[in-house]
Design a protein around this ligand. Structure first.
Ligand SMILES: Cc1cc2nc3c(=O)[nH]c(=O)nc-3n(C[C@H](O)[C@H](O)[C@H](O)COP(=O)(O)OP(=O)(O)OC[C@H]3O[C@@H](n4cnc5c(N)ncnc54)[C@H](O)[C@@H]3O)c2cc1C
Length: 306
């Protein structure tokens, strides 16, 4: 039996939790003491990120604030990351040293970027996640193209030929073409696999391939990057590839939090949840979004809003 309203901790300001906050604001749930934990004071909607990079939207149009959403929902907002969960004691530990008890815990913390800890990547590349960082890609490409010339075009290299990498390459090309013409930049997409958009249907690949060719975006497949140096990326084999702007769009990987906390995970480290989004074997822990693996649908990609 609980003494008073249940303590609900929402870890992460991801998509599912935005709907929870909306439902709380509409008083759709019984009374609860809700705390939202997320590490940033402002977020940018990823579905608009490419539009910001292309210069179609201003960053503030894609922005939302967890503190305001929490306040409207009658919840408390804590600016921190969850670093560990003690499932026995029902406590979460935060990176600022605080800890919170919970009766119900929901985890919507997204995925990390693959290989973001590769030597040099953090210093030299602009990652597509968090989206806040990705918004700088357009202005960085713009700055190097401004001072480039047809003899020495700005070299923009995108590592990763998945949906995010390809979409960003096309949006960048639209922006640079519009603002600087076609001659002062060269965009290259490097993909480790045999083809870009490997998880998409063949018809989509064909159509996107035609767009890439029409924009003169170079696509190099079977190129696996093993290191990033100042001004160039180093593939497993072959010569280094120079860049002026490097975009890191390497796809998702699981956060460490679940394994570190002894929660059930799939072989890649995503938390296993059942059809009710409860962690396997845990009535009080829920998960949603890119950070989980649905036990009945494990093949669903760990990126994308469903
Ligand atoms: C450039 C780009 C464009 C995209 N465009 C699309 C699109 O058009 N359509 C589409 O479906 N998908 C798109 N995606 C993919 C989409 O962004 C993700 O699938 C989606 O954001 C996943 O939502 P989520 O709720 O799981 O997590 P996220 O939206 O990643 O949110 C995770 C939240 O958890 C927080 N967090 C992380 N770690 C912790 C922690 N330890 N403790 C507390 N909080 C934590 C983060 O700060 C963040 O608030 C795009 C991705 C990128 C990078």
């Amino acid at each position: 039996m609980l003494n008073g309203p249940p303590r609900v901790v929402l870890a992460g300001c991801g998509h599912a939790h935005l709907f929870v906050l909306e439902a709380l604001a509409q008083k759709q749930f019984p009374r609860a003491d809700v705390t939202l934990v997320s590490p940033a004071g402002e977020y940018f909607y990823s579905g608009m990120a490419s539009g910001v990079i292309a210069g179609q939207y201003r960053p503030e149009q894609a922005c939302f604030h967890p503190a305001r959403l929490a306040q409207t929902a009658g919840a408390e907002w804590v600016c921190a990351s969850v670093t560990r969960i003690d499932t026995g004691a029902r406590r979460v530990y935060l990176d600022d040293g605080r800890e919170l008890g919970y009766d119900l815990l929901s985890l919507d913390i997204g995925a990390r970027l693959a290989d973001d800890d590769m030597p040099g990547a953090r210093e030299c590349a602009i990652p597509v996640k968090p989206v806040h960082d990705a918004l700088g890609i357009g202005t960085a490409a713009d700055a190097v193209t401004r001072t480039a010339s047809p003899d020495r075009p700005a070299r923009i290299v995108v590592v990763g030929g998945g949906a995010a990498g390809v979409e960003i390459a096309i949006c960048l090309s639209a922006r640079l073409l519009r603002d600087h013409g076609a001659e002062k930049h060269q965009i290259t997409v490097l993909e480790a696999g045999e083809q870009v958009l490997a998880q998409k249907p063949e018809s989509a690949r064909q159509r996107v391939g035609a767009v890439l060719r029409s924009r003169k975006i170079e696509v190099r497949t079977a190129v696996r990057i093993r290191a990033v140096e100042d001004g160039s990326v180093v593939p497993d084999s072959g010569a280094s590839i120079p860049f002026d702007v490097l975009v890191w769009a390497t796809g998702p990987r699981a956060p460490e939090l679940f394994r570190d906390s002894g929660l059930p995970t799939d072989d890649q480290g995503y938390m296993r949840v059942d059809a009710t989004l409860q962690a396997e074997g845990y009535m009080t822990i829920f998960g949603a979004g890119d950070c989980v693996s649905l036990v009945d649908h494990p093949w669903i990609a760990k990126a994308g809003v469903y």
